[in-house]
Design a protein around this ligand. Structure first.
Ligand code: 3PG
Length: 202
C-alpha cells in the first residue's frame, strides 16, 4: 500500500491521543465500522505502542503511528505493527530511516524550505502541520503554487466544520484530526457517530 492509497481511502484520518480507559480493539472496530479504516495512533502516551499493536490486529484497520520524532521511535512503531508513519516535521535522520524502511511516510511541513528538503529526499506527500496555525488554507494554497504536484494531509485545528473547506483544495487528499476520539472520550457510540459524520465531509 502506498501513501497515496492510504490518503485516498477516507477523507479523514482520526488522530488518536489515547487515554487508558478505552479498549483499543473496540475503538479500532468502531472506527472501521463507521468507515474510517486508516487510523493514526500518536506515540504521546505510555500505552500508545501497546494500543497500536492491539489495534493493528483488528480486521480492516490500517493503523499507523504518529508523533514519530526520530529513528528510534520509527523502529518501535514498525515493531508494534505500524503500517504507516506520520511525523510532526522532517529531519534528515528520520526521513532517511523512514524511506529505507519502506513504510509509507507522511512527514510534517509548514514552509517552502521544509517542502524542498522533502523533495530532495524524494518525498511528495506531506502532512501540513499545524494547518490552521500555519496560515490555514491561504497558506497551503500559496505553497501549492510552486509545487503543484504535491499532495497534503492538513492536520492541526481541523474539525468537522472546517474539514470540507480543506478537502475542497486540489492539493488536499485527506485531513487529520483529534476531534473524533480524544483522550477523555469513553463513549464508543458517540465516537462512532462522529466518525460516520467524518466520512461524509469529502
Ligand atoms: C496532530 O498531531 O496531528 C495534531 O495534534 C492534531 O491536531 P488537532 O488536535 O488540532 O486535531
Amino acid at each position: 500500500m502506498t501513501i497515496d492509497d492510504l490518503m485516498n481511502m477516507a477523507p479523514v484520518i482520526p488522530v488518536l491521543v489515547l487515554g487508558d480507559e478505552l479498549d483499543p480493539a473496540a475503538l479500532a472496530e468502531t472506527l472501521v465500522a463507521a468507515g474510517l479504516p486508516v487510523i493514526e495512533v500518536t506515540l504521546r502516551t505510555p500505552w500508545a505502542l501497546d494500543a497500536l499493536h492491539t489495534m493493528a490486529g483488528v480486521t480492516g484497520a490500517i493503523v499507523g503511528a504518529g508523533t514519530v520524532r526520530d529513528p528510534k521511535m520509527l523502529d518501535e512503531a514498525i515493531d508494534a505493527g505500524a503500517k504507516f508513519i506520520v511525523a510532526p516535521g522532517l529531519t534528515e535522520p528520520l526521513g532517511r530511516a523512514a524511506i529505507a524502511s519502506g513504510v509509507p511516510f507522511l512527514p510534517g511541513i509548514a514552509t517552502a524550505g521544509d517542502i524542498m528538503r522533502g523533495l530532495d529526499m524524494g518525498l511528495t506527500r506531506f502532512k501540513f502541520f499545524p494547518a490552521e496555525a500555519s496560515g490555514g488554507r491561504p497558506a497551503l494554497k500559496a505553497l501549492s503554487g510552486p509545487f503543484p504536484e504535491l499532495r497534503f494531509c492538513p492536520t492541526g485545528g481541523i474539525r468537522l466544520e472546517n474539514a470540507p473547506d480543506w478537502l475542497a483544495l486540489e492539493a488536499v487528499s485527506c485531513v487529520g484530526g483529534t476531534w473524533i476520539a480524544g483522550p477523555e472520550d469513553r463513549d464508543l457510540a458517540a465516537i462512532g457517530a462522529r466518525a460516520r459524520a467524518a466520512t461524509e465531509v469529502g
